[in-house]
Design a protein around this ligand. Structure first.
Ligand SMILES: Nc1ncnc2c1ncn2[C@@H]1O[C@H](COP(=O)(O)OP(=O)(O)OP(=O)(O)O)[C@@H](O)[C@H]1O
Ligand SMILES: [Mg+2]
Length: 260
């Protein structure tokens, strides 16, 4: 099976931070896998997803995404970025634009520069947007302005924008954290099924272990910037889950994570 993303011994500290946000992290994700990232607040989930999205600078180690190495000093070129889609926790939509316009924004990385500049989509772009809208169950909302939608509907728009991009790797940072339990399950089902149908790989972070178990093939648990669990859904028992959320005490100048 081909490899979608490979992280080898990566360490990273945010500028000015005492402790690393990623601490000697190694992880290999196969193409087509659905992986849930679990861990307490501050564990490093967003940092890991941002690394794979090519938006982190000054890390140490080796990273390759979809067969190409990432450069710690430079953002990937535009043509490569289109193969990785990111669903943001806070949706990151253009509030005053229509649903269709937002979904078409997912195509920008695939349009030739001039077409993207003037914002005129091709019939291929429109078709990709139409399929994404239908798959996300929001075709009837295409002409609605985003600022008139509910949180659950907005998250469908954000996922449709990502699918319209036709990425081979989908990174989603807490994609259901602001939704009620029923909506959260619906959206995760939608995201993971759409990815599976397209043969795309998904990595999503979550604070909901039960949902993570239901909608992933594999769980990666993080604590204090390290990967402390990596296994199949059936291998993550209740004890291991609560251990992920056990308090990590920090005292200035002393790294207590080693004893946690
Ligand atoms: N911009 C930043 N500047 C400095 N430190 C940061 C920055 N962003 C994150 N950090 C620190 O990096 C560590 C990892 O943060 P990260 O956001 O990756 O955690 P997370 O697992 O996504 O947490 P949450 O579940 O709350 O989203 C934390 O200690 C956090 O305080
Ligand atoms: Mg986060």
């Amino acid at each position: 099976m081909s490899v979608a993303a490979q992280i080898g011994d990566v360490s990273f500290a945010h500028p000015g931070a005492d402790l690393p946000s990623l601490d000697r992290v190694s992880l290999t994700v196969s193409q087509g896998e659905s992986v849930a990232l679990l861990g307490a607040s501050g564990a490093g989930k967003t940092t890991l997803l941002t690394l794979l999205d090519g938006r982190l600078r000054d890390w140490r180690g080796r990273v390759s995404v979809l067969g190409m190495p990432l450069d710690p000093d430079n953002a990937p070129p535009r043509a490569r970025r289109a193969d990785t889609g990111f669903v943001f926790q806070e949706f990151a939509l253009v509030e005053r634009s229509t649903v269709l316009r937002n979904v078409l924004n997912g195509r920008l990385g695939r349009m030739p520069s001039l077409r993207a500049f003037v914002g005129s989509p091709s019939s291929l772009d429109l078709e990709a947007a139409r399929i994404a809208l239908v798959d996300c169950g929001i075709a009837d909302l295409a002409e609605r302005r985003v600022d008139s939608l509910s949180g659950g509907q907005r998250q469908r728009v954000a996922i449709a924008r990502c699918l319209a991009q036709e990425p081979r790797l989908i990174l989603a940072d807490e994609p259901v954290s602001s939704l009620d339990p029923a909506r959260a399950a619906e959206i995760l089902a939608l995201l993971t099924e759409a990815a599976r149908a397209r043969g795309a790989t998904v990595l999503f972070s979550s604070h909901q272990p039960d949902l993570a178990r239901r909608f992933s093939d594999r769980i990666v648990g993080m604590k204090g910037g390290r990967i402390v669990f990596d296994g199949g859904v059936a291998d993550l028992g209740d004890a291991a889950t609560s251990d992920l959320y056990r308090e990590t005490v920090t005292v200035p100048g002393i790294d207590l994570r080693a004893v946690n």
